[in-house]
Design a protein around this ligand. Sequence first.
Ligand code: C2E
Ligand code: CA
Ligand code: CA
Length: 533
Amino acid sequence: MQVHQEKYLHRIWVIILATLAALIGAVGPIALTLHLSLTRATSVEEQRLQYFAQRALERTNMTFRGANAALNKFDYMNVALCSEEHIRQMRMVTVTSRNVDDIGYVENGALKCTAGGLTHKKIKQAPVDFTTQDGISVSLGTTPEVSGGKSMAALYHNSYVALIDSERFTDIILDPTIQLVVQTSNGKLLGALNDPNLARINTMINTPTKRENRAYGGDHLFAVVRDAGLVAVAVEPHSNILGQLQRERMVLLPFGFLMAAFIVGIVIWVLRRRLSPLGELKIAVERREFVVYYQPIVKLSTGLCIGAEALVRWQHPDGSMTRPDLFIPLAEESGLILPITDQVIAAVVRDMKKCLASNSGLHIAINLSAQDIKTGRVLAVLESALRDTGIKPKQIWLEATERGFMDIEAARTTICRARTMGFAVAIDDFGTGYSSLSYLLGFPLDALKIDKSFIDTIGTDSATSSVTPHIIGMAKTLQLDIIAEGIETQEQADYLLAREVEYGQGWLFAKALPAEEFLNFYRRNQASKVEAV
Ligand code: C2E
Ligand code: CA
Ligand code: CA
């Protein structure tokens, strides 16, 4: 009862654990692929932003370089200042240079002439916001005196001033959902595209990590590129990621599902293996969970032990035992009986080697399955197991039931070979099958075991009880050793002895015992024989 309850609890635990494992196995890979798609999509988008920011910085530097080249032209120009030729040259530069919108000549704080012609305006140089790589001072947010137009960047070089429209700094082709800013590293704006939120961008530049930034910038992705005193920032709403995210998911999710299915499949496989009787038996065979008990066989006239039958038990890791009738049929059906027979043989040799080697009159009977007999492979296993053990083949009896004789030719071959090798062969459960005398006469046998069902009827007046003497009679006709199985009462023993049945086995003498207990039983039994003599 206790064992049953433990087994039940064990199964519940296995089911709970397996369900958990299956859940984690199913959800885990899918969650992981979703996370991975998001990380990858974010990274792809951030790289795109990085590219645009980089392009904007390059554009800005190119503009400065172009303006510098344009201004340099005037360093060595040999023309009269503010002459027609001078003004024409200035106009030429503004027309040919993509980067300069206007150019002017300054003398004593007054703008004398520009590409547009002669002027005479006092100008106040705005404070320098930035110095280019070429060493040119730049003032941002200058409103041109002449045109009175929008605010521009003024570049000062010797006596010249070049004006650049801020739009030139960010003159790149950009997705309208991306906002872009180019500014100096101390926060002076050079140019912007697509109407960015400057306050938020400054927060982004000044927050060191993306994680912190998310807390500020919320649902925006951004990239910051810095170079030579300039900073470019590209920003886009997080929702821009969706397209890329979908593409990543299309690629990764199938792997996630596949992985989940694989893990769930493994869990189901393990569960079935653990919970199905056959699965459990397979594991038991792999783990060699079988032990052998020994039930004494005695000479009825003297009570002396002349041998024992090896009876297998399945010992579970928790110590509980399963009787053979509960697993042998499944083992026979599945073919697992072959490795079980091997393990029984190994156990018999291990347990009984010493005792058998020093008591040549003692034998151990081993039960063979139909498959063992049909294939005959058991003989090779026995041969190698007995080698160099001191155990003689005649000390091993092989018990075969009539089920083992289905393939009669194969059975004959195996039994003949077994006897040639020196083993004794007994028919088990005699009387319960279909064997007729003539049928058995064809087989070279050593002993018969009369089935317990006949012994049970002794002393009763059941219908079978009248059959029992005939069964004994038949066995005697065959002139074989006879062993009566399942003797539980003295009356049965006396009855059998009176009909000259030589050997008996049953609870009257002993139950099947663990190896150590059987050896003690045997020693005590031998000692009583000596005393009797
Ligand atoms: P079996 O070969 O006929 O073995 C005799 C069975 O009767 C054993 O049950 C034994 O414990 C039981 N028995 C012996 N004396 C008495 C008795 O006085 N009263 C009662 N009520 N029972 C008694 P066990 O050990 O449960 O084995 C059951 C069957 O399992 C065996 O029947 C045999 O067919 C099979 N078996 C056991 N061990 C092996 C094995 O190693 N290989 C194979 N192939 N089959 C095995
Ligand atoms: Ca048997
Ligand atoms: Ca039997």
